[in-house]
Design a protein around this ligand. Structure first.
Ligand code: DDQ
Ligand code: CA
Length: 258
């Protein structure tokens, strides 16, 4: 009784605070909801920082120093089939696939790891300036977020920065773009510490729509276990989402904008 009351009150206060400070509150950008199509188990100890789908399997990058890893995961069971641990001093972030290489960023270390998709053996490393948050690709370039409103486009072979685009919604810059996914010509980005995904036009940086995932995982163990992790199976058009330390991973369908 008592705890329900506090949980409800906390939810209400959170909702009120969100209305007061979030940039989308009074915005014209359309907001979509979601429908859960499937629920799958997810390792509740995985601090999910990167996620993609490839040929029937999920690949997941996890964070926290000393607990960072890159894994191959069975969708249906959440079972980790293959795993490599990153060096203890790094904090793993976004991952993506380029050819038969997995590329993984780190948060504040400025190091990216390039692994062989099959063996998970380290192929090489490269460095970049600033922080590393999300990573995806558009078939031509890697696309990276770093906590600022800018998305960087990198050459997938030399890892040189080619250009940047500033992400805005209703004319205002949107930062904290976390895990990324290329979905049918758009960039989807989790906004850190929110239940929102931005749909970004990669040419202009304009947020063309928000996906509101409120209610997807109502019970959280702490404020760190936020929505993070978008994977898309382009062949079957399935969209998967999960979060840091979430016990579940969801296949969702988007509903019409309201
Ligand atoms: N980032 O995902 C926003 C890029 C980094 C988040 C790092 C959060 C660290 C929190 C540590 C909490 C320990 C459970
Ligand atoms: Ca992703």
């Amino acid at each position: 009784m008592h705890s329900t009351f506090f949980a409800q009150r906390r939810a209400l206060l959170t909702a009120l605070a969100a209305t007061a400070i979030t940039p989308w509150a009074s915005a014209a950008t359309p907001v979509q909801g979601y429908k859960v199509v499937h629920t799958y188990p997810h390792d509740p100890d995985a601090f999910t920082q990167g996620l993609f789908f490839h040929e029937g399997f999920l690949y997941e990058g996890t964070g926290l120093r000393g607990r960072s890893s890159i894994r191959k995961v069975e969708l249906e069971t959440g079972k980790v089939l293959q795993q490599v641990d990153l060096p203890g001093e790094v904090f793993g972030e976004g991952i993506t696939l380029w050819g038969d290489r997995i590329i993984g960023l780190t948060w504040q270390e400025g190091i990216a790891f390039v692994l062989d998709l099959k063996t998970f053996k380290l192929w090489r490393k490269f460095n970049y300036a600033g922080e590393g948050w999300g990573l995806t690709h558009n078939g031509k370039e890697l696309i990276m977020s770093d906590g600022t409103p800018e998305l960087r486009f990198l050459d997938p072979l030399s890892f040189k920065e080619l250009r940047r685009v500033k992400v805005t919604a209703d004319g205002r810059p949107i930062d904290e773009l976390n895990e990324l996914e290329w979905v049918d010509g758009e960039v989807y980005a989790n906004i850190w510490q929110t239940d929102r995904i931005a749909r970004i036009n990669p040419k202009t940086g304009n947020v063309t729509g928000w996906i509101d995932l409120t209610g997807l995982l109502p019970q959280r163990r702490s404020s760190d276990d936020v929505l993070n992790g978008i994977a898309y199976d382009a062949k079957t058009k399935r969209l998967f989402v999960t979060g840091k330390l979430w016990p579940k991973l969801f296949e969702i369908q988007l509903t019409k904008a309201r």
